[in-house]
Design a protein around this ligand. Structure first.
Ligand SMILES: [Zn+2]
Length: 341
């Protein structure tokens, strides 16, 4: 079978591998249909000093496919189903797992496609409990963006920041996969959305997605504009994933008692924080990483109800390297998805 293998930093090969063996206890064999690319793939591609893993490795953290076979003990209802693959090898037995807070698992064995072989292969064998059935009628390309992209945003906006109808949210990097998703999810519940982007063209796209306002952060200070747009009050929620380039401005954009939720730091990993502003304004900061199985189900349900991902490019497995370059260059609006079958 074909699989996309990362051999060394920035060296990916479409390799011919032996088929995986039959699924063991609690496992399922899945014929993969599509994988969506994420920044974690860019990090993986660049090589990460902190990642304990042996190369080569099959890439692909987020994807979908069809269950072909089930091992003993796997839920029979999964037989033949189209499924989304949850990428975290959580234990399913610790207290957070049993509480449905999978991304706080005490015993994570790794992330598929980052620490251990991932989803960009024609066939995979994974724990059946990592599989979430896809509602009928959902397109493969859209569904491929559910288990990480959509689920991450769902977790950030609704479990952590608890965004409500009538509130105002500032969404950074409207052209990113999670930024474009956040705009659509926030609009769907009736929030007012102020988006930022790095070009007028991306600002125009953000408005097309339903954002109420779009700020080109290269032309003007987004925090000043955000405060002006809210009558000096500030926004209720900031959706952060940029890092030091925006961090101070994001905190200054918040209303008193506002919430900042972050899941990334694409411009660096440390940023100064005005602590006096933090406590006097009674701000709340949420770090968010990954999502729960429930968030994946919620994401698929939202897609079935019409909140679909913004797709930048659909390519084949052979198109990974140029796709990652495109993602890294930020010359992208929405998700890049690779079709496998
Ligand atoms: Zn666990």
């Amino acid at each position: 079978m074909k699989a996309l293998r990362l051999l060394a930093d920035r060296k990916v090969e479409l390799a011919e591998l032996p088929e995986p063996g039959p699924p063991g206890e609690g496992q399922a064999a899945v014929r993969m249909a599509a994988v969506a690319l994420n920044h974690i793939d860019v990090w993986g591609w660049r090589g990460m000093a902190f990642a304990r893993r042996a190369l080569p490795i099959t890439v692909g953290v987020e994807g979908v496919g069809t269950v072909e076979a089930l091992g003993p003990g796997a839920a029979p209802a999964l037989a033949g189903r189209r499924v989304a693959v949850y990428g975290g090898l959580t234990c399913g037995a610790c207290k957070p797992c049993l509480q449905g807070r999978d991304n706080l698992c005490d015993n994570v064995a790794g992330i598929l496609g980052f620490h251990v072989d991932g989803l960009a292969a024609e066939r995979i064998v994974v724990p059946a409990r990592n599989l979430i059935a896809i509602p009928d009628g959902l397109d493969w390309v859209d569904a491929a963006c559910a288990p990480l992209t959509f689920a991450t945003v769902q977790h950030m906006l609704f479990d952590n920041a608890k965004l409500e109808a009538g509130e105002t949210i500032l969404v950074h990097a409207a052209g990113s996969g999670i930024g474009s998703t956040a705009i659509k999810m926030a609009k769907r519940i009736g929030a007012t959305v102020i988006a930022t982007a790095g070009s007028d063209a991306k600002c125009a796209r953000a408005l097309e997605l339903g954002a109420d306002h779009a700020i080109n952060y290269r032309d003007e200070r987004f925090e000043t504009k955000a405060r002006r747009l809210t009558g000096k009050r500030g926004v209720d929620v900031v959706f952060e994933h940029v890092g030091p380039d925006t961090w101070s401005g994001s905190l200054l954009s918040l209303a008193r008692g506002g919430r900042l939720v972050t899941c990334g730091a694409t411009t660096g990993i440390t940023a100064p924080t005005n602590l006096m502003h933090l406590y006097t304004q009674q701000l709340r900061i949420f770090g968010s990483f990954g999502a729960s199985h429930r968030n994946v189900r919620e994401s698929l349900d939202k897609m079935a109800a019409g909140v679909t991902p913004v797709i930048d490019t659909v390519a084949t497995l052979a198109g990974l390297a140029p796709a990652l370059e495109r993602l890294e260059s930020r010359d992208v609006f929405g998700k890049i998805v690779l079709r496998i079958a």
